[in-house]
Design a protein around this ligand. Structure first.
Ligand code: FPP
Ligand code: MG
Length: 340
């Protein structure tokens, strides 16, 4: 798909809506996902009432559960009892939730998934410590898999998440970044965990190395497409859809693909650079937002996401066709048409 999905387009390859597509994607691993949810819910019963309250807020979210779904689906290409993949899927989801809590604290974001952030309600200090608690808990789940390769990869992912976040801080309000710098940043920030989610599922199912590689490559490409679409939705989505304010990236000086493509397409336009030099100027912000919302920029941005989607498709086409593969395939289309 190289065309831009408009907000009216709600069908995904035969499904009536993105949520129907998501239900189809989840269906082969719905029991595993239910057990992940139960593990998260059980964590809320903590002896400290304050921590229990924070855990309740953090873990009772209506997320799409994309990352644990990837781990569970990736374990579906080699016979196994599924238990280690479920343990890993719990770790992956906890790591994701923890990193968002830290991200919202760093960014001073007030709303996530349509709800107040932990840092907004309980303050930055409590949010940082809660994030640490969840990171540490995720690590105990990974250790429970007993697989050193997966434990190492998980630790490397935390390093990549942190270095991606750090890089984003350093390059704020810098309009001179290349596409390559952007791709490295979104790999670290997002695709790294997607890669780990699929790779670990495959490793823990004892799949052969050739299968592990295909699923790792799929996770990488899907993660890149996912973050590019996230960055597009920040420009052309609606606040009610994405559950957080639109235009956040531009407002905070985070250079994303739509901005890079607008700068490439109109090298003589100075609005983005002018806004980055004068971030308190709301008129410049509006002009820059208008430039990057241009349909040509949005279409070009979706075309780049589609290249990653095609790589993801190429990777899984070499896997045996089964229900897990069907879901992984549907997930590629879902990532592009989703509105949240
Ligand atoms: C959200 O992306 C941010 C991330 C996926 C990564 C955040 C990583 C950290 C805060 C580092 C983690 C720290 C430790 C100790 C492991 P985004 O900002 O593009 O998305 P958003 O617009 O939804 O906030
Ligand atoms: Mg953020």
């Amino acid at each position: 798909m190289s065309t831009q999905p408009s907000s009216e387009v709600q069908s995904v390859n035969g499904f009536d809506s993105p949520s129907d597509a998501l239900a189809y994607i989840h269906s082969p691993v719905v029991q595993g996902l239910e057990r992940v949810k139960t593990s998260l819910r059980d964590m809320v019963n903590h002896k400290s009432p304050f921590l229990a309250q924070l855990l309740d807020h953090a873990l009772e979210t209506k997320g799409k559960r994309v990352r644990p779904t990837l781990t569970l689906l990736a374990a579906g290409f080699h016979p196994n009892d599924g238990k280690r993949a479920e343990t890993m899927a719990t770790a992956v989801e906890l790591l994701h939730i923890a990193s968002l809590i830290h991200d919202d604290t760093v960014d001073q974001s007030e709303v996530r998934r349509g709800r107040a952030t932990i840092s907004k309600v309980w303050g930055g200090n409590a949010a940082v410590v809660l994030g640490d608690y969840l990171f540490a808990t995720s690590a105990t789940y990974v250790c429970d898999t007993g697989n050193i390769r997966v434990i190492r990869r998980f630790a490397e992912t935390i390093k990549e998440l942190s270095s991606g976040e750090m890089e984003e801080m350093v390059v704020r309000y810098d309009a001179e970044q290349s596409r390559e710098q952007y791709f490295t940043r979104i790999y670290e920030k997002t695709a790294s965990l997607f890669t780990t989610a699929t790779e670990s599922g495959a490793v823990l199912s004892d799949a052969p190395e050739s299968t592990v590689k295909l699923l790792r490559d799929y996770g990488y490409s899907l993660g890149m497409a996912f973050q590019i679409v996230d960055d597009i939705l920040d420009v052309e989505g609606l606040t009610d859809e994405i559950g957080k304010p639109v235009g956040n990236d531009l407002r905070h000086g985070v250079l994303t693909l739509p901005m890079i493509l607008a700068l490439e397409r109109w090298p003589d336009s100075t609005v983005i650079r002018d806004y980055f030099a004068e971030p308190s100027d709301e008129t410049l912000l509006e002009s820059a937002m208008e430039l990057i919302s241009d349909p040509k920029v949005i279409t070009d941005s979706y075309a780049v996401a589609e290249q990653y989607c095609q790589s993801a498709r190429d990777s899984i086409m070499e896997l045996p066709k089964n229900r897990s593969r069907d879901s992984l395939e549907a997930l590629i289309d879902y990532v592009v048409v989703r509105r949240s």
